[in-house]
Ligand binder design. Structure first.
Ligand code: SF4
Ligand code: SF4
Length: 335
């Protein structure tokens, strides 16, 4: 049946420390994420309860957008299949990390935990309720510090899943490296800087050299068709790394290491508080990075805050029109 929804409402879960959500997106500052199960016990996930909640969410979507999803760029009208299965899993259930980023909300807000969800994942697969047509993502704290990390990678690569790991890059991990080589895993590392000084201000640890060495190590020797699986991210943080000098050195490093994929984002708190008045110089920096990516034939991707900022920039431009009909027509395509 055709209705407005998103792939995560339909078939996604984001496993948090003590609850399960549909996704890891917080549409508006402090409003929270769409909950599926408020409390789950270590090792046990009630899959039936998850599918029941998803049924309720679908029913809601057929009438109107769930309040926590309103305005999300992921919503689209489609012929959704409405079957009970999971295809998108975000592992976000721990908070240990070897970095200390100034913008981190994980270390500040999440309690330390020793959750282990491996058994529940095996159960999902055994039930035949996992479909391999989505993506498995890791974030949370530093995933490679998690005891069950290598086993989870093994379990889902066996299913032929597409896996994306967000890592600080401070430690080198063989499971990631092997997955990259086979084209099964991609890794996202976010130095947000190029110089040791700026790295230290942002990360509050002195590990810039390790991180760039590990990025080079992951990239080295990958076949051309897997080269874009090593993704290097730059989160623009106003007042710290939002200058052309740092960005230029960053792009020089990207070129030097033959990195084929860049991700850009804007620091979450700033983006949320200034979504209607993002400073123009931030858009200029984003254009600069995008032009570099186009010129060198690199993948260029935006993460959520940057996507909302760009959407807003386009809407700002739209407001310059005084032809209501044109505005409405264009706005349809921006939904
Ligand atoms: S907030 Fe967005 S991504 Fe998350 S479930 Fe709702 S529509 Fe999907
Ligand atoms: S790497 Fe991620 S989890 Fe670790 S401190 Fe930075 S933002 Fe937080």
């Amino acid at each position: 049946m055709k209705y407005r929804s998103c792939h995560l409402i339909e078939h996604g879960i984001s496993i948090d420390i003590d609850s399960i959500k549909a996704c890891c997106l917080s549409r508006e500052f402090d409003k929270g994420r769409l909950p599926i199960i408020d409390k789950y016990e270590n090792n046990t996930i009630n899959w039936q309860e998850i599918f029941e909640t998803k049924k309720r969410h679908r029913k809601h979507q057929k009438v109107m957008d769930l309040s926590l999803c309103q305005g999300c760029y992921n919503l689209r009208e489609e012929d959704w299949d409405e079957e009970d299965y999971i295809s998108y899993i975000n592992f976000d259930h721990w908070s240990q990390c070897n970095s200390n980023c100034i913008y981190c909300c994980v270390q500040q807000t999440k309690p330390k935990t020793k959750n282990n969800v491996l058994k529940a994942m095996k159960e999902l697969i055994k039930l035949g309720k996992f479909k391999n047509n989505g993506e498995i993502t890791f974030q949370g704290g530093e995933p490679t510090l998690l005891k069950e990390f290598d086993d989870l990678i093994k379990l889902f690569t066996k299913q032929g899943s597409k896996i994306r790991v967000h890592s600080s890059g401070i430690l080198f991990n063989r499971a990631i490296r092997n997955g990259l080589k086979r084209g099964e895993v991609s890794v996202v590392i976010s130095p947000d800087s190029a110089t040791d000084e700026t790295y230290k201000i942002i990360k509050r640890v002195d590990k810039s050299k390790n991180v760039w060495k590990n990025i080079a190590h992951y990239r080295k020797g990958l076949k051309d068709n897997f080269a874009n699986l090593v993704k290097v991210k730059y989160i623009i943080i106003p007042g710290i790394n939002d200058n052309i000098e740092e960005v230029s050195i960053f792009l020089d490093k990207i070129k030097q290491l033959d990195i084929k994929s860049i991700i850009v984002d804007i620091e979450y708190t700033y983006a949320n508080q200034h979504i209607n008045n993002i400073s123009p110089h931030i858009y200029i920096l984003m254009d600069y990075i995008e032009n570099f990516a186009n010129k060198h034939d690199l993948n260029y991707e935006l993460y959520d805050s940057a996507k909302y900022a760009i959407q807003n920039r386009t809407l700002e431009k739209l407001n310059q029109f005084d032809n209501t009909f044109i505005k409405e027509e264009i706005a349809k395509y921006l939904k």
